[in-house]
Write a protein that binds this ligand. Structure first.
Ligand code: G3H
Ligand code: 13P
Ligand code: ZN
Length: 309
């Protein structure tokens, strides 16, 4: 099966009250860990590549790894650009065989976000590729861009209809209180489900995307802290909130930090226990297994997309 877009995946996910996991990929072990879990649980997958991942790995290597996963598993897999920052980046990904791109104009004034997003949509749709737009701004760290809590802003439901109509986007990322990275809340976790509900009312059947949706799984934060790391106060989105969002209009849930924590925690532990081993396979193997276990947990217990491939 060739790479697919998210159109069918989202239609089924919306109707079935579940979400598809969109997992960030940066190297072979991450791609393999995610796809092994997807394969065992027969789950559709979105593999997403950020600007930083493209710079780190060289897009052609990531594309070929994803093609290998496709051949190996036969799963429906979408290859998605995460946080596309310009028309040119989106075009480059579309030409490189991606089946979905995000154009992130959330930092721009409303009208400018519309015109940039519309330009990307026109090009993408002409090439059979789907587009995710974003309204509202998440706090947190992505690449070199740091958005402080004061500069973040919730999505304004009164803007979503006009945005979707004028841009023609296929899905919409909204800001309801999640943030990127491992420090999402300093007190009680709180998400604005009222905003999600209102958006769903205004755009019935339209797929919504949740970024910054790692739970910052305590087991791995503990592991990192236990083996020489220092992440005091790390806190993610409670899994019950993610399940609730998946039952509502959220069809795509973005997860990166949980994969990073699983991989790094496992490697830290390995070196603490095996200080003289220096074969990369000895520590990358368990790290890949930790990614697989993390993704399997997300598919079964959070996203609800087991057996939906
Ligand atoms: O939202 C951002 C993702 O976590 C990707 O992070 O830009 O450091 O690759 P990155
Ligand atoms: P996390 O940092 O919560 O994993 O979010 C990832 C994300 O939104 C990628 O676009
Ligand atoms: Zn994001």
């Amino acid at each position: 099966m060739p790479l697919v877009t998210t159109t069918e995946m989202f239609k089924k996910a919306y109707a079935g009250g579940y979400a598809i996991g969109a997992f960030n990929v940066n190297n072979m072990e991450i791609v393999q860990g995610i796809c092994e879990a997807g394969n065992e649980l027969n789950a559709p997958l979105i593999l997403q590549v950020s600007k930083g991942a493209r710079e780190y790995a060289n897009p052609i290597y990531l594309k070929k790894l994803v093609e290998a996963a496709l051949e190996d598993t036969g799963l429906p897999i979408c290859l998605h650009l995460d946080h596309g920052d310009s028309f040119e980046t989106c075009v480059s990904c579309i030409e490189g065989g991606f089946t979905s791109v995000m154009i992130d104009g959330s930092h721009l004034p409303f009208e400018e976000n519309i015109s940039l997003t519309r330009r990307v949509v026109q090009y993408a749709h002409d090439h059979g590729v789907v587009v995710e737009g974003e309204l509202g701004r998440l706090a947190g760290v992505e690449d070199e861009v740091k958005v402080s809590a004061e500069d973040s802003s919730y999505t304004r439901p009164e803007e979503v209809q006009e945005f979707v109509d004028k841009t023609g986007v296929d899905s919409l990322a909204i800001a309801i209180g999640t943030s990127h990275g491992a420090f999402k809340f300093s007190g009680e976790p709180k998400l604005r489900f009222d905003i999600l509900e209102k958006v769903a009312e205004i755009l019935p059947g339209f797929p919504i995307v949740l970024h910054g949706a790692s739970s910052v799984v305590p087991e791995y934060v503990k592991m990192i802290n236990e083996y020489g790391g220092d992440l005091p106060g790390a806190q993610g989105v409670p899994e019950a909130m993610l399940r609730k969002a998946a039952e509502m209009a959220v069809c795509k849930i973005n997860i990166d930090s949980d994969l990073r924590l699983a991989m790094t925690g496992t490697i830290r532990k390995f070196f603490a226990q095996n200080p003289s081993v220096f074969d990369p396979r000895a520590y990358l193997g368990p790290a890949r297994e930790a990614i697989k276990q993390m993704v399997a947990h997300k598919i079964k217990d959070v996203l609800g997309c087991e057996d939906k491939a």
